[in-house]
Design a protein around this ligand. Structure first.
Ligand SMILES: [Ca+2]
Ligand SMILES: [Ca+2]
Length: 296
């Protein structure tokens, strides 16, 4: 169990104040209904270079990472970040952009991934900014927690959340029923990640870990194979087996200089502890092939 992770959640809970919060929507407390955003299939290759200029990104409806940690349906302004999704028969693509004015990123010093094909994980906590996405195929007990930052560090952590009635919940390896497995890894031969600082007002690229300027945020672009993520086996038989299915995706952004530190994409959840134990209420998105839909 990563002490930084516990500390980070505790600190973010403690340091929350309401500055920047401009609106509040009361939610019903019922499970999150399906969101209206559909994830569109792309027929064109996506070059993972940290530039979201492919047609799929222009077509994708942005999902706003605006809900303040520890509050229910409270949006923050200015908008902290946006995330975009696309897919094809082989991959899930994730693009995101932040509007952070002070870019901070560091590696954790720990290598993750298979031997000979590993990369340095993200440092969490302190002043570091981190993008996080949780990917679940309808199972709130087992899913991926993925981190990316402006230095292109990447962490993939397999998460088990034991139900309160599971013997595993009482395990000395579990913390609040959660077991993090950072040594489990995605297939790194198919994984691609890229990041770029956005251009500042003066037209020059933003700077990471250099605070004598005003940055404009950073853009990340990520590619994960369905097989590597553990998608249902039938999805691997073709895009027509994915079209119409749904996926649970919970994205969050950490701004090391922000208050609150975390913003996320779940409008109907008041999350005051770990995101992980709230997986049953995370947003669900439908995967749609526009071409097939138009032919039906
Ligand atoms: Ca690109
Ligand atoms: Ca900077």
């Amino acid at each position: 169990m990563n002490k930084d992770r516990i500390l980070c959640a505790m600190v973010s809970g403690l340091c929350f104040v309401s500055s920047g919060v401009v609106a509040q929507e009361e939610a019903t407390g019922k499970p999150t209904p399906p969101t209206a955003v559909s994830l569109l299939k792309t027929d064109e290759p996506v070059k993972i270079d940290g530039v979201l200029d492919e047609a799929c990104w222009k077509a994708a409806e942005p999902v706003r990472m605006e809900f303040a940690y520890g509050k229910l349906g409270v949006r923050s302004e200015p908008l902290p970040a946006k995330v975009y999704y696309a897919w094809d028969h082989e991959y899930l693509y994730v693009g995101y952009e932040t509007f952070d004015t002070t870019l901070r990123a560091a590696g954790s010093g720990e290598e993750e991934g298979a031997q000979g094909n590993s990369r340095e994980a993200c440092a969490i906590g302190g002043s570091n900014d981190v993008f996080e996405i949780f990917v679940s195929f309808d199972d709130p007990h087992f899913f991926w927690e993925l981190h990316h930052n402006a230095a292109n560090n990447f962490s993939d952590i397999w998460v088990t959340v034991a139900g309160k009635d599971w013997p595993l919940h009482r395990s000395s390896r579990a913390y609040q029923g959660i077991i993090w497995s950072p040594k489990e890894s995605l297939d790194y031969a198919s994984l691609e990640t890229a990041v770029r600082p956005k251009r500042k007002k003066d037209g020059k690229p933003g700077t990471v870990n250099q605070d004598d300027d005003v940055d404009a945020g950073y853009v990340g672009e990520l590619r994960f194979s369905w097989k590597s993520l553990g998608a249902p086996k039938e999805w691997l038989r073709g895009a027509d087996k994915i079209d119409g299915k749904s996926i649970v995706l919970f994205a969050a952004v950490q701004d090391g200089a922000g208050t609150p530190r975390y913003h996320h994409t779940s409008p109907h959840q008041k999350i005051t502890g770990f995101f992980h134990t709230e997986a049953a209420g995370w947003p669900r998105y439908r995967l749609v092939d526009p071409e097939r839909d138009s032919n039906q």
